[in-house]
Design a protein around this ligand. Structure first.
Ligand code: GLN
Length: 303
């Protein structure tokens, strides 16, 4: 693809013209205040090029996109042991849903719904100080992006800590089934901080190269785990919108309520898109639209 730049500029113009932004996440105050009419896209290709358009150097809260990095860190640390505590099936429910946990005896469907991410973070903690587990996730992200200027925003984490009743309910419910090793408040605090990592769209696209199987990308994850994490992104990365994302875009992706999406075209590109307004599933509305436009124009798809 030699003419990626005009394509990304076209997509950006179109997104601003359509102005169909959706609303930013309302339950985290810091996110609710973000102007929804913003857009950025960045593509890193196998040959080392990085092309972006829109506000690609603006930092945003990566929120649930962090679940991908926390999962890579946890799999690296404890390997397949994680799967005795978390499943690998799509949930068909919203990211913060509690409904399946009762009938499935506290074993969350997958590591990308909040309940599963809480268990994953709990496993990463494995008796350590939260700051050590958080440092591990942050250094993985920095190494993947080859950029140390990536940080956590403690204000965003605190803001979610104040209002995150749903996550607190999930953590305590998991604990009631014996599926949390650490005290629920400790796991929650670690999870909120992990979600509060901020990155630019360019940094996120660069960090995704390790999942695209590029030769020469920083080796922060094994080849086997690259395949597995991508499979989970494809089937579970957009919650109850995962089927529709696969239908529209045809590539593994992981969204966050900060409006970010990381998308992988294996062996071809690592793509990051950001637009803070959300659709009904809690995924970036304009971001999802842009991802569909990009995959249609390039033909990039795993199918
Ligand atoms: N921190 C957010 C939460 O737990 C992350 C959710 C998301 O990005 N989908 O609610």
């Amino acid at each position: 693809m030699s003419d990626l730049r005009p394509l990304l500029e076209d997509i950006t113009d179109r997104i601003y013209r359509e102005a169909d932004w959706g609303q930013p996440a309302q339950y985290i105050r810091e996110l609710a205040e973000v102007d929804p009419s913003q857009f950025a896209i960045c593509v890193c290709t196998e040959d080392g090029r990085m092309i972006s358009a829109g506000l690609a150097e603006r930092r945003f809260s990566i929120q649930s996109v962090s679940k991908v990095f926390a999962l890579m860190a946890t799999l690296g640390r404890i390997g397949g042991q994680l799967w005795s505590r978390v499943g690998r099936e799509p949930s068909g429910t919203s990211f913060d849903s509690v409904v399946l946990l009762e009938s499935e005896r506290g074993r969350p469907r997958n590591p990308f719904v909040n309940a599963g991410a809480l268990v994953t973070t709990d496993a990463l903690l494995s008796g350590r100080e939260p700051k050590l587990a958080l440092a591990e996730v942050l250094s993985l992200v920095r190494a993947a992006a080859e950029d140390d200027d990536i940080h956590m925003n403690a204000k965003v984490a605190k803001s979610e800590e104040r209002t995150g009743s749903r996550n607190k309910a999930l953590a305590h419910y998991l604990a009631s089934f014996g599926n949390l090793i650490n005290p629920p408040e400790m796991t929650l605090g670690t999870y909120f901080h992990q979600c509060a990592i901020e990155m630019t769209t360019s940094q996120l696209a660069r960090a995704g190269r390790c999942l695209a199987g590029f030769e020469g990308a920083p080796s922060v994850v094994s080849t086997l785990n690259v395949r597995r994490v991508n499979a989970l992104m494809m089937t579970c990365g957009h919650y109850d919108g995962s089927g529709d994302f696969a239908f529209q875009v045809g590539l593994p992706g992981k969204s966050g309520v900060g409006g970010g999406i990381l998308i992988i075209a294996p062996k071809v590109a690592s793509i990051a898109i950001w637009s803070p307004g959300l659709n009904d599933y809690g995924n970036s509305k304009a971001g999802t639209r842009a991802a569909a436009l990009l995959s249609q124009a390039t033909g990039w798809s795993v199918f």
